[in-house]
Design a protein around this ligand. Structure first.
Ligand code: ZN
Length: 248
């Protein structure tokens, strides 16, 4: 008997029609196939920058995990900064674990973008968290950015904007020396002009040091350079930075 899928109370304009029957083994979840691909932002090709100056997309991948709520607190307390979470489903954390679905629900409630950083296996897993990913904004960051040729073609067919970064904080490499990661961000942001430059910054919400040290540092750096809401130049979601279609 197929496992029953709980429909998420997503609500709002981004709500999608109810799910289709489970795909046969090996096939991609029909929820993410042949979507209408609205708007002018390309699908199925790597996007590492965007046009509007002054805007910052803070992206976090590999989560959520036990520290993610603390990061959400920091973003909220720093002037309701909105970010983008490229969610795994099951990696360091497990979205199907006890209470874990409260995290993406909070993300949505606080205006963050949830996008995919997951695998075909997970998308076909027919769990509530899979539903969440299938129904989230059709943007993905391929694990390890390892997506070329065939993979990219499939991303296009699945209707995904494939998003990379132009500021990798290398937080995961610098767990015992977060200063090194802060220096990377500091150098890039200090040398930037908020009237000309924009960023897609990448970090990971699965690391305690990222959440407790580098996230706040990054926000302060951007703010000090004029990337703040008072000038309309601020950290918003990837979708907003790219000018993605409102239907997405
Ligand atoms: Zn990753």
């Amino acid at each position: 008997m197929p496992k029953e899928v709980t429909k998420l109370p997503l609500g709002g304009p981004k709500d999608k029609p109810p799910h289709l029957p489970p795909p046969p083994p090996g096939k991609i979840n029909p929820l993410v196939m042949n979507r209408p691909n609205p708007g002018g932002v390309p699908y199925g090709q790597l996007i590492k920058s965007f046009e509007d100056p002054g805007m910052v997309a803070l992206t976090f991948d590999d989560g959520p995990f036990k520290y993610t709520n603390r990061l959400l607190d920091t973003l909220k307390n720093s002037g309701s900064i909105r970010g983008t979470f490229f969610v795994n489903g099951k990696n360091t954390g497990d979205l199907n674990g006890q209470g874990m679905m409260d995290v993406p629900k909070r993300m949505m409630a606080e205006g963050h973008q949830i996008s995919s950083h997951t695998s075909r296996k997970w998308l076909n897993s027919r769990t509530p968290s899979m539903e969440l990913l299938a129904r989230s904004q059709p943007t993905c960051a391929p694990p390890n950015f390892d997506c070329n040729g065939k993979c990219m073609k499939l991303m296009g067919k699945m209707g995904y904007h494939v998003v990379g970064e132009n500021l990798d904080t290398h937080d995961w490499k610098n767990m015992t020396n977060m200063q090194a990661s802060k220096d990377i961000v500091g150098k890039a942001v200090d040398g930037a002009d908020s009237k000309k430059n924009n960023f897609i910054a990448l970090a990971q919400d699965i690391h305690e040091a990222t959440v407790d040290q580098s996230a706040k540092h990054m926000l302060d750096k951007f703010k000090a350079k004029g990337y703040d809401s008072s000038s309309n130049h601020t950290a918003v979601t990837v979708g907003e930075c790219l000018g993605d279609a409102p239907e997405n």
